[in-house]
Design a protein around this ligand. Sequence first.
Ligand code: AVJ
Ligand code: FE
Length: 455
Amino acid sequence: MTARRVADASGPWLSAYQKTRERTETLVKPLSEADQTAQSMPDASPVKWHLAHTSWFFETFVLKPNLPGYSAFDPAFEYLFNSYYNSIGEQFPRAQRGAITRPGAPEVLAYRHHVDKHMTQLLSQSSPELLNRLDSLLPLGLAHEEQHQELLITDLQHLFSINPLYPAVTVPVQAFAPVVALGWWHHPGGLVEIGAPAPGDASDVQVDDSPSFRFDDLPSFRFDDLPSFRFDDLPSFRFDNELPRHQVRLYPFALADRLVTNGEYAAFIDAGGYNDPLHWLSEGWAWRCREQISQPLYWLRRAEQWWQYSLAGLHALDPHAPVRHISLFEAMAYAQWCGCRLATEFEWEHAAARVEPSDSVYDPTILAPQSQSQSADQLYNCLWQWTQSQYQPYPGYRPEAGAVGEYNGKFMSNQFVLRGGSCITPPNHIRASYRNFFPAATRWQFSGIRMAKDD
Ligand code: AVJ
Ligand code: FE
């Protein structure tokens, strides 16, 4: 049987699986074993752990239940690379992941390839019954892989930021074009539809056949020569937390037509914004005092100037670039200082749904927001935008059946929703209904601020 016939027989999954898995490996190819092993804080995981855990996901949820006779690469990995699935079993403590020097990077790659070999075997079978069972699991596994493609970059940036040599691994950042005055989109309010469209709905995104992706021989330690990725090979997908689609009442509001810039945020700092408790939520003030926070993560003050660390190295802070690595507490304090507020996730979604996410190319040589190539309004794939909405279930929400039901639903307490995706989110991963979520003090994600106000 030719490769082409295998791909045809197994629908879109085999090729989407292989491309998605390859992109992860390409992304980490420039990293040394040491780069992949260290852990900088309990919230962040070693790159090597991400590589193993995404393989664990396919092994645990797809291969073990569906491939008869599948034998695990190493039975001890069930515990070692389980992130948080209590119905699968206990987990190795998250904060100690950086202490796992063995398996080394080559063994973790061998684990990935073991899983890939068996996934290929499974996906080459064409039984309609099997394909039916994989219909929701496979896209979940691929969306999971893509979430970890983003997370491993955020974690790597945090790790490198601890190093006073400030490693530069991407091309230098380019200056942002000066911003124009903030404009507002006004909305009269009313009943609106929120959530992902039901399957088969005409507004569902169409599948596109992409040109194949190049797997080049890469030099070590820098991302400069990585090929761009196209992420248009995955059929449309929604996480369970985007469902069901339902009605929400909005009141008249206005949403800013761009994100808050570094320059604008620096004015808040200069005005003593971090020292005035009137701008801050009680929990935010306690956090700011306890952690001695007086500026965004990755900002440095040297010789009376602001500098910023990014994967491009340490560079002068660009006043026109959107401010990033902001906690919800800081975003809310800034908004309060401006006499504004953050949008609710429903206001954001309704305003954003008029615009399609545009980029389908991911350039791993630039792992920072860019002046060009993003939609002018910076809605998608620039920075995650904090909303004032608690991460909660939509009316009628049902987690997926079985152990994968632990994926999203169980985190619906004490977290807030972020919308829009960032410059390091695989572009095709993002849609208007997408809900990311983190606790209010989180700063190491690529999070920014969009203002909203009552009209
Ligand atoms: C949606 C980004 C909060 O970081 O745990 C990864 C993504 N879910 N594996 C997280 C996720 C399962 C999730 N966030
Ligand atoms: Fe995960």
